[in-house]
Design a protein around this ligand. Structure first.
Ligand code: PMP
Length: 285
């Protein structure tokens, strides 16, 4: 992704894509002092743009790294970078981190808080698996206790176990991994939330130690609007056999049907198809 034409917004300026570099002593690289957002622009408009900008600022606060930009300034940066790259349908990655500076230890208060926004064309996150139903592995790594790490932050440090879990899943021919939480309940995929259907009702993990995704909240609202009962609760992995349908939600994943988790199989049923189609309509509306 580094060697290409285009522009990246960095600390208030548009810079050439290839020149968007940081120093090797960047604090974030050593100590994961980094938060980010993944957003999608459809027909020239970022879906739930302000919610993403607000979450980025909140993630920064949770890491004791208050961003030096307001929601309005972040909104303007995203707009500027999309325009500079001539993109109307794109994935948008906003990133804020502690840069290099006076501090090289764990504390970083004397180092600048930096920010960048990049955007690029990104199709289906799960490729061909998207409409057939993705195959998921069950990860050996568990989502940590909220007393261990601020789970509501979209922080780089929370993704180390996601990358390891996704690598292990891909080595087994799966598209992704479903992670359990520290108590052993079903949590989420490595970059998406998870939903199940049983007897016409929907079950999804309570967001008490996972990222309460913006897509997740949108889909819960859509289901309730359709009159579907949604249970946000603790789900045991032993319950997988009792579910008929399953899908993932996320900005990159959108609504992706799941066909298999470990030994358990699911159908891409009517509700899954309807939610995927309605979400597609909503984001482009
Ligand atoms: N969980 C994790 C771990 C994620 O990385 C993401 C993607 N941001 C999600 C859930 C879904 O969040 P959203 O719908 O806000 O993209």
């Amino acid at each position: 992704y580094d060697d290409r034409d285009g522009f990246i917004w960095m600390d208030g300026k548009l810079v050439e894509w290839r020149s968007a570099q940081v120093h090797i002593l960047t604090h974030a690289l050593h100590y994961a002092s980094s938060v980010f957002e993944g957003e999608r622009c459809y027909n020239g408009k970022i879906f739930k743009s302000r919610e993403h900008s607000e979450r980025l600022r909140k993630s920064g606060e949770l890491l004791d790294m208050p961003l030096p930009y307001s929601v309005e300034e972040i909104e303007a940066a995203k707009e500027a970078v999309l325009k500079a790259n001539g993109l109307t349908d794109a994935y948008v990655r906003a990133l804020a981190w502690r840069g290099a500076g006076e501090d090289m230890g764990v504390a970083s208060k004397r180092n600048p808080i930096r920010m960048a926004v990049a955007c690029w064309s990104w199709g289906n996150y799960y490729g061909d698996a998207k409409m057939k139903g993705a195959k998921l592995d069950i990860a050996k790594w568990r989502r940590p206790d909220p007393a261990t790490i601020p789970h509501a932050a979209k922080a780089a440090g929370l993704y180390m176990i996601c990358t390891m879990s996704k690598h292990a899943a891909e080595a087994k021919g799966c598209s992704d991994a479903m992670m359990l939480d520290f108590r052993g309940y079903v949590a989420e995929a490595t970059g998406a939330n998870i939903f199940f259907v049983k007897d016409g009702e929907v079950h999804t993990p309570k967001p008490d130690c996972i990222l309460n995704g913006i897509t997740r909240q949108t889909v819960v609202g859509m289901l309730k609007g359709m009159g579907v009962t949604v249970h946000e609760r603790h789900i045991l992995p032993e319950e997988l056999a009792s579910f008929e349908q399953c899908w993932l939600t996320g900005t990159a994943a959108e609504v992706t049907p799941v066909g298999q988790i470990g030994e358990h199989t699911f159908v891409v049923g009517d509700l899954t198809q309807r939610i995927a189609a309605d979400y597609e309509k909503l984001v482009r509306a």
